[in-house]
Design a protein around this ligand. Sequence first.
Ligand SMILES: [Cu+2]
Length: 368
Amino acid sequence: MAVENRDPAVHLDRGFWLVTALLAVLSALAVYATIMWHPENMPQLPEAAIPADQVDQLFKFLTASAAVIFIYVVGYLVYFAIAFRVRASDPPDAVGVQIHDHHQLELWWTIIPTVFTIVLAIFSVKIWAGVQFASPNNGLVVEAIGHQWFDDFRYPGVHGIVTDEMHLPLGVPVTLHVTSSDVIHSFWLPSMRIKADMIPGMINTLRFTPTRAGTYPIICTEFCGTLHGTMNKQVVVIEPQANFDKWLAGWKGKNKNASDAIPVAGTGTVNLTGGDAAAGQKIFAQKCSACHAVGPFSQKIVGPGLKGVLHDPAHPKLVNGEAANPEDAAKILQKGYDGDMGHMPNASQNGISDKDIANLVAYLNSLK
Ligand SMILES: [Cu+2]
């Protein structure tokens, strides 16, 4: 059957313009609702830093635009499906109107998305450039290092690693470098609208200025292993500056003799004297119980059950073939072990210190 090339304007009848007007009203309502919506009033989402406000504006702009596009696309889809349905009078092989080389139509569907995309690009690149390149004077430089499954921080003038929550002074521009010691993590400060991937061997930089005192969550948003869901710290925004200086001085003192070298897991021998089984039990509940039951060897979660691990005549050896004694168990905790059962993380991955190891071994030794 020959394809007719009719002028499509013929089909844009009164019904079409009515629907267009109705969709315009719905769009106006959607834009109004978006303008009246304040994400910063939602719990957990205060605008606690520059550029949180700009990010929210961008997000609202995107939401409003997407709502209008959605309303028109779906609205016309439904209208056309009804208006141009097959009629009983149509021949069984009827084909709809075929439109080619309609220059006016092509012009509009090129111009509108192009202008929209350019506006969106300018809007977002401006915010992104501020986060990437702003060079604050008298700013604070902090480093965050992701591990399975916790974040550590480094501060200027403090040796070694700060294992506390992240502390920042109110109103001081921060340059934050993030990286990872093992797998890819992602550092997200929802209340500050700040986020970057933490990638081993690469440093990503974020710049922002805390504008609201308080304590806000830091969340890992890149699935990074079994305990990804527990990988969250907090950022504490302190005022006045003197209180921040006091906190920093505390860590300078505490880490006076700490090494600045990135700690390499499994070096040195752990001193097991003075291990406290009660303290070890607490650490076990936090850091080990996701993978280990306190039950017989066969009661496997990810790793074997650890009840009687050092006193089980049926298992005189540890999984790595060493004798089941406190010293060799400490080595597994320190260096980790990859065997038939899977991956036992090392001390840095488990986030445990030498003292924690001594306490944990005392606890394991007390399980008979
Ligand atoms: Cu993570």
